[in-house]
Design a protein around this ligand. Structure first.
Ligand SMILES: [Zn+2]
Length: 162
């Protein structure tokens, strides 16, 4: 609904309310005003209750994020919590380079994780034989048609081999 439509709808509603009130009996008017007074008296209490409920929720959220253990935290999941900002979850960029094998690693990854501190030496990959090389390079006309098939094939095997 546009702003003009909303303004028009509000003006129509105000006119209808005015008509209803002019036709209203004094008994109905007193009752309506009494209910209105009760609602306005209860409004601050409702506001405080709502604020307390929101504050309690915020405290639960904060407690959930400051817990040292994440055990069974998935069962208390809340969409309002930014879990990825937690220091135990934000592992940072993969910008550490192993001095032995030049593997990219995360900051707190153990030093021997990739090559066992240089004890394991990886052989360099050999170029694949033709016509696989041509297909992988993607320069031929056949590669243009074959590559999507290979990607789908690898994807399906990856899904079933986990
Ligand atoms: Zn390494």
């Amino acid at each position: 609904m546009s702003t003009n439509q909303t303004t028009t709808a509000n003006a129509i509603e105000r006119r209808k309310a005015t008509e209803r009130r002019t036709q209203e009996s004094s008994k109905h008017r007193d009752e309506r005003l009494r209910l209105q007074r009760e609602r306005s008296r209860a409004a601050p209490e409702q506001h405080v209750a709502r604020y307390r409920a929101q504050d309690q929720e915020r405290q639960q959220t904060s407690r959930a994020l400051t817990r040292t253990s994440f055990f069974r935290l998935a069962f208390e999941y809340s969409a309002d919590i930014n879990y990825s900002a937690h220091s135990k979850i934000a592992i940072g960029p993969m910008d550490q380079i192993c001095q032995y094998c030049q593997a990219l690693k995360f900051r707190y990854e153990p030093p021997g994780m990739c090559c066992s501190l240089g004890k394991v030496v990886f052989l360099s990959l050999l170029s694949p034989p033709e016509p696989l090389q041509l297909l992988l390079a993607g320069k031929s006309n056949e590669a243009y048609h074959e590559k999507p098939i290979i990607v789908r094939y690898n994807f399906r095997h990856g899904r079933t081999s986990n």
